[in-house]
Design a protein around this ligand. Structure first.
Ligand SMILES: [Mg+2]
Ligand SMILES: [Zn+2]
Length: 193
């Protein structure tokens, strides 16, 4: 049976926005994130992290660090009995300096490759699914993939709302305070508050 999914941006949405997370000590989960993922788990939503990590292509940190950060993130979530079903990240950038990863690709958001990949791995009901993030590009990805895009006010969110969104053609389906607020809104059936 098809299940709805919630695709979630990482930096600025799950963890504090600190520029590139180029060291494990720069990774700090935002308040309410584990609770939000736990709510998705209990309500049978598939939760999938989708993240651009071009710092790999740019030579700022090795791909192993990204894996380490994700292992740490999973451990922090696990402590609060929360689990993400998948984590997809794009290590590429067309103007990088690490040859292996310096390329144009379809997985760098707003590229849609990871949404398609997730649909191959899980039986996802896209019409009932969401993309939550703090950047306009997350909203762009939502539109391109026929997901409902929710912009959060954490990370770059407030700046995106004030200075970017007004000039852009695509609008978020909803704006939420943070990930937990967004998830509660979804679970409560998009209650108008
Ligand atoms: Mg972000
Ligand atoms: Zn990529």
């Amino acid at each position: 049976m098809k299940k709805p999914a919630v695709f979630i941006d990482r930096d600025g949405t799950m963890n504090e926005q600190m520029g590139y997370i180029n060291h494990l000590n720069r990774f700090a989960l935002l308040p309410g994130v584990a609770e939000a993922i736990g709510i998705l788990n209990r309500n049978k939503y598939i939760s999938i992290v989708v993240s651009n990590q071009s710092g790999v292509a740019r030579g700022y940190f090795p791909i192993e660090l990204v894996e380490e950060v994700h292992a740490n993130m999973r451990a922090l979530l696990e402590k609060e009995k929360a689990t993400v079903d998948g984590i997809f990240f794009c290590p590429h950038h067309p103007n990088g300096i690490v040859p292996e990863y310096s390329q144009a690709c379809e997985c760098r958001k707003p590229g849609t490759a990871f949404i398609q990949k997730a649909c191959e791995r899980f039986d996802i009901d896209l019409a009932k699914s969401y993309m939550i993030g703090d950047r306009y590009l997350d909203i762009e990805l939502a539109h391109r993939s026929n997901l409902k895009g929710i912009l959060v006010k954490t990370g770059y969110g407030l700046g995106e709302i004030d200075y970017v969104l007004p000039h852009m053609p695509l609008k978020p389906y909803h704006i939420a305070k943070d990930l937990l607020d967004a998830v509660r809104w979804i679970i409560e059936g998009e209650k108008k508050v």
